[in-house]
Design a protein around this ligand. Structure first.
Ligand code: DX5
Ligand code: ZN
Length: 232
């Protein structure tokens, strides 16, 4: 299997919302490959963030793709609104879907790329049989709901399970990780098979976005090289 391109997706959850346009433009200029938008409904997770209006505002501010992470119940109700707002990838939580196959089909038919994720206490079995319908698997390395939490090492076991399955099927699929990513954890994740890195605090709570994004990328490159060497 070819090595997948490393992509960094800063999460606006940690951005300064008074200056949201400036913030997303700044990370784009600093080398970000996507903007990660964390949508929370106060029911699936305790926190509430924003909906399609904010996604639409971000869309108007940048040209890189929007990676929209729906932490909401009944995600099927809102797929069309987020797609209309400009979501390029729509990720749903498998544990939030009553009929996962139908929700994934809905996302596909909306024209967005299909993303799936699960919380740290949920197994990959919740979605692995649907892998053929999925463009990007995201493994949560913190519990969905808040930025700035500590990376959960155990999540790497699930990354490896997904990576092995993707290889077995000889399928093209991005593997993303979300939560606690920095210049150190990115390497561990990449070494397990991750190629897309969400980062909130590590990027936005610094005064040099380019430096942080580069640190994640370089760390991920080391991890990818190690992974390749292990496979030989
Ligand atoms: C958590 C969100 C994450 C969060 C990551 O529910 O899904 O995207 O913003 O933030 P950090 O990188 O600070 O852990
Ligand atoms: Zn997220």
């Amino acid at each position: 299997m070819e090595t997948q391109q490393i992509k960094i997706a800063p999460s606006i959850l940690s951005a300064d919302f008074r200056r949201l346009e400036e913030e997303v433009k700044a990370v784009q200029d600093a080398g970000a490959d996507m903007i990660h938008c964390d949508v929370m409904d106060g029911t699936f997770v305790p926190n509430i963030t924003f909906g399609p209006f904010v996604v639409e505002a971000v869309k108007k501010s940048v040209s890189i793709p929007l990676d929209v992470h729906l932490m909401i119940v009944n995600p099927e109700k809102y797929v069309a609104s987020f797609r209309d707002a400009g979501a390029d990838i729509i990720t749903v939580h498998a544990e939030a879907c009553k009929d996962l196959g139908t929700v994934l089909t809905l996302v596909r038919e909306s024209g967005a790329k299909v993303g799936i994720t699960i919380n740290p206490d949920k197994p990959v079995d919740l979605f692995i049989d649907h892998i053929d319908q999925i463009d990007q698997v995201m493994i949560m390395s913190v519990f969905a709901g808040f930025s700035g939490q500590k990376f959960i090492n155990g999540s790497l076991t699930k990354v490896k399970q997904v990576y092995e399955e993707v290889r077995r099927l000889n399928k093209t699929c991005d593997i993303e990780i979300d939560g606690g990513i920095n210049g150190e954890t990115a390497q561990w994740a990449a070494q397990s098979g991750v190629n897309v890195f969400v980062a909130g605090n590590f990027v936005f709570k610094s005064d040099n976005y380019a430096k942080q994004i580069t640190a994640i990328r370089e760390s991920a490159q080391i991890g990818q090289t190690n992974l390749k060497n292990l496979q030989q």
